[in-house]
Design a protein around this ligand. Structure first.
Ligand SMILES: [Zn+2]
Ligand SMILES: [Zn+2]
Ligand SMILES: [Zn+2]
Length: 259
């Protein structure tokens, strides 16, 4: 019996697919899997639920997936495609509820600067967002899930991937927005059931893994299943899928994994 469900709210890169003004084959594709909103996931367990990142598409994603509850929010990093839906978390604070948010010190600093208005705890701001910052420096728990931060390089910033462990079982590692997976993170996620990896495009990129780089990481991790996310319009779902080895799949918006 699965008691951990992971839903891909979005699987696209910062510009989304289709990209504004682009007529390429992928942006004009009729395959719904080629329609990608900005990267984010939603995790459900019997005790509590949480999201990872709230980009500019968060509101539409939450409506699409009929999300009615959010006990906490985790952030990978503070690039706009991961945080610009922050204020759309307001409905989860109705009735004066507070929303714990988790991020690295670097990411939290940027979130608090970008959304300074949300961090003023004023009783008159009823109906507004009431975030409670938690700076992540090591593993923490939400309900019965142990969540381990996985620092990965992403250009000028460090992204936190997250490893989700329940009952001693490493269920899933979410590694969006990274150029590489360093040895310490490889060791941390060894034996994980499911790994989700940044795979931006075929061509190399300065801050994201290419398909070839993500495939090399997938082979090294050797998880039961690997899913690619944060795709750009260089990658058409059906075309890329035909070239992937067994056990490696391409996530798409709305895909649910029961782990
Ligand atoms: Zn991103
Ligand atoms: Zn395009
Ligand atoms: Zn980024």
């Amino acid at each position: 019996m699965s008691d951990f469900t992971l839903t891909f709210l979005g699987t696209g890169t910062s510009l989304g697919i289709p990209m504004i003004g682009c007529d390429c084959e992928v942006c004009s594709s009729l395959d719904p899997r080629d329609n990608r909103t900005r990267a984010s996931i939603y995790c459900e367990t019997p005790e509590c639920v949480w999201g990872v990142d709230a980009g500019p598409d968060f509101r539409a994603q939450a409506l699409r997936e009929n999300i009615r509850r959010m006990d906490a929010m985790l952030f990978t990093h503070a690039h706009t495609d991961h945080v610009m839906g922050f204020d759309d978390l307001r409905p989860f604070c109705f009735g004066g509820r507070k929303l714990p948010i988790y991020a690295s010190a670097e990411t939290m600093e940027t979130i608090q600067r970008s959304f300074a208005f949300a961090f003023v705890d004023d009783p008159r701001s009823l109906g507004y967002l009431r975030p409670v910052p938690n700076i992540v420096e090591g593993p923490f728990t939400l309900g019965e899930t142990v969540i381990t931060p996985l620092p990965v390089p992403h250009g000028r910033v460090t992204t936190f991937g997250y490893l989700f462990t329940r009952g001693g079982r490493k269920l899933a590692a979410y590694l969006s927005d990274c150029k590489a997976v360093p040895p310490a993170v490889m060791a941390e996620i060894a034996g994980v059931d499911t790994v989700i990896l940044d795979a931006l495009r075929y061509k190399e990129h300065g801050t994201h893994m290419s398909v070839a780089e993500a495939l090399a990481v997938a082979a090294e991790v050797g998880a039961r299943q690997t899913w690619f996310t944060h795709l750009s319009h260089d990658l058409g779902h059906a075309e890329l899928e035909r070239t992937l080895p067994s056990g490696v799949g391409i996530a798409y918006d709305g895909l649910k994994l029961c782990l």
